[in-house]
Write a protein that binds this ligand. Structure first.
Ligand code: 5GP
Length: 176
């Protein structure tokens, strides 16, 4: 892993637990009786999604999409493609996208357009970590866990070269 390792804790386990519970309560209040479909973005959102759904005590469905950014830039190139699609139709459903992080906003806007073309009743977004200072395109975020600085983070679903997703907290990647 090139000597790069998790360092300073950016979001602790206790902070994650408390904030996910708050988000769950807000989502349950807003979506009561609407049977939303929560769409998790693989792979990064799988840990957040698993905790979040257990904090939302209403009827809901879950599904996942896999997205891949084309290589070719230091950061997100904005060239995104769907590598794994939903298994459920979402026409007429209330969709809540569950993302790990919004950085430039390019990935999220691609996904929003893609899902909106299927004529859902509504599309909103819940993101664990907002790197608000990095935005290249506007991104409307309805539920935000934490606003974090422009540091590369690992843990709680975030990886570095496929590793560290299993850490129970979010840390800055350091060294190397
Ligand atoms: P975008 O720049 O399109 O908003 O975000 C693209 C993707 O970059 C995110 O979905 C995520 O996969 C990845 N990404 C952005 N910042 C980080 C980070 O700090 N750590 C990790 N592991 N991935 C990140």
């Amino acid at each position: 892993m090139g000597g790069r390792r998790p360092g300073r804790v950016v979001i602790s386990e206790a902070e994650l637990e408390a904030r996910v519970a708050e988000l769950g309560r807000a989502i349950a209040r807003d979506y009561a009786g609407r049977e939303p479909v929560l769409v998790g973005v693989l792979q990064g959102a799988f840990v957040f999604m698993a905790d979040l759904v257990r904090a939302i005590p209403i009827d809901l469905a879950t599904d996942f999409v896999g997205l891949q950014s084309y290589e070719g830039g230091a950061k997100s190139s904005g060239q995104v493609r769907l590598v794994s699609d939903l298994s459920l139709p979402i026409a007429d459903r209330h969709v809540l996208i569950v993302e790990d992080v919004v950085d430039t906003g390019l990935t999220l806007e691609y996904l929003r357009r893609n899902l909106e073309a299927r004529r859902p009743r509504s599309v909103r977004v819940c993101v664990l970590a907002d790197k608000a200072a990095c935005r290249q395109v506007p991104a409307a975020l309805d539920y935000v866990g934490f606003t974090i600085p422009d540091v590369y983070v690992v843990g709680y679903g975030f990886d570095y070269q496929g590793f560290y997703r299993n850490l129970p907290y979010v840390a800055a990647l350091e060294g190397g």
